[in-house]
Design a protein around this ligand. Structure first.
Ligand SMILES: Nc1ncnc2c1ncn2[C@@H]1O[C@H](COP(=O)(O)O)[C@@H](OP(=O)(O)O)[C@H]1O
Ligand SMILES: [Mg+2]
Length: 261
């Protein structure tokens, strides 16, 4: 049943199809950005908008058309109590709009995220930034990672070798004191605050070196970014120093660090 899925995964055709879907979701989101879009508070007090919901509906419908045998776990569906009760070996993890807070405040760093999980590993992923019209994706198995501006050709990307003065990326959700402490712990003398899974992509394309996170995230916040970063030569490790794994209770991540070269 999954022959076509595994062939498309190995050739990179699957990640290319995910990129087209994520860019179409971006086209649904963009008219809401800087338009005075209204955010509602979810049960966990995080914001959600009509843009999140419409983008997620588009992604779920398109994935179901392409690979009907694969189940999907998506942020807003889970928030509405509609998560699948049991998962197969393969499933999608979807965050239709990561960095909703920044999106509502009119910042550029919000993303669309689609990942394919096999057992407990993200094996393919796509992250799209609608505001800057950029997409990052994993390649064929063992074949690197790529980036494109909407409508342009794919370019290969890779992490940079750790420079003499590494720079960390950190969530805006922590205090400056906490950020400085975290950056120092990972050997970074400088740091920059950035929303969303864009942090993984900026490390994957060799512009930054580390993204440590101690606060909670959900698995759909990290899966696509991890797939892109690992394909570009980077790593994402949990507190035990091992590769960050998926399918944990409540789809919750503990502390992790994403690293470049
Ligand atoms: N208490 C919490 N539990 C789970 N995830 C949380 C959380 N607080 C923040 N997050 C996640 O962190 C993401 C934002 O990350 P960052 O701070 O790096 O921009 C949010 O994504 P959404 O915007 O999709 O809700 C949210 O899912
Ligand atoms: Mg998110």
């Amino acid at each position: 049943m999954t022959d076509r899925l595994t062939a498309d995964l190995a050739s990179g055709a699957l990640a290319e199809a995910l990129a087209d879907i994520a860019e179409d979701a971006a086209r649904v989101i963009l008219p809401y950005w800087r338009s005075g879009v209204v955010a509602e508070a979810k049960a966990d007090d995080s914001p959600v908008t009509q843009a999140d919901r419409e983008a997620e509906a588009l992604i779920l419908a398109r994935l179901a058309e392409l690979y009907p045998e694969v189940q999907a776990v998506a942020e807003e569906q889970v928030a509405a109590g509609e998560a699948p009760t049991s998962l197969g070996e393969w499933y999608w993890l979807i965050d239709p709009l990561d960095g909703t807070r920044g999106f509502v405040e009119g910042r550029e760093s919000y993303t669309v995220n689609i990942a394919l999980i096999h057992r407990d590993v993200p094996v393919a992923g796509v992250v799209t930034a609608p505001a800057t019209q950029m997409t990052w994706r994993s390649g064929p198995t063992g074949g690197g990672a790529f980036r494109r501006r909407f409508g342009e050709a794919w370019q290969a990307i890779q992490v940079r070798e750790r420079p003499a003065s590494p720079i960390a990326l950190l969530s805006h959700s922590i205090t400056d004191d906490e950020a400085a402490r975290l950056a120092t712990r990972y050997g970074c003398g400088q740091w920059q605050g950035t929303d969303s899974s864009l942090k993984f992509c900026l490390i994957a394309e060799g512009r930054f070196d580390a993204y440590p996170r101690t606060g909670p995230t959900s698995e759909w916040d990290t899966a696509a970014g991890q797939a892109v970063l690992e394909a570009a030569g980077g790593r994402v490790m949990g507190e035990d120093g091992q590769r960050l794994r998926y399918g944990k209770p409540g789809y919750g991540n503990g502390p992790f660090v994403a690293m470049g070269g």
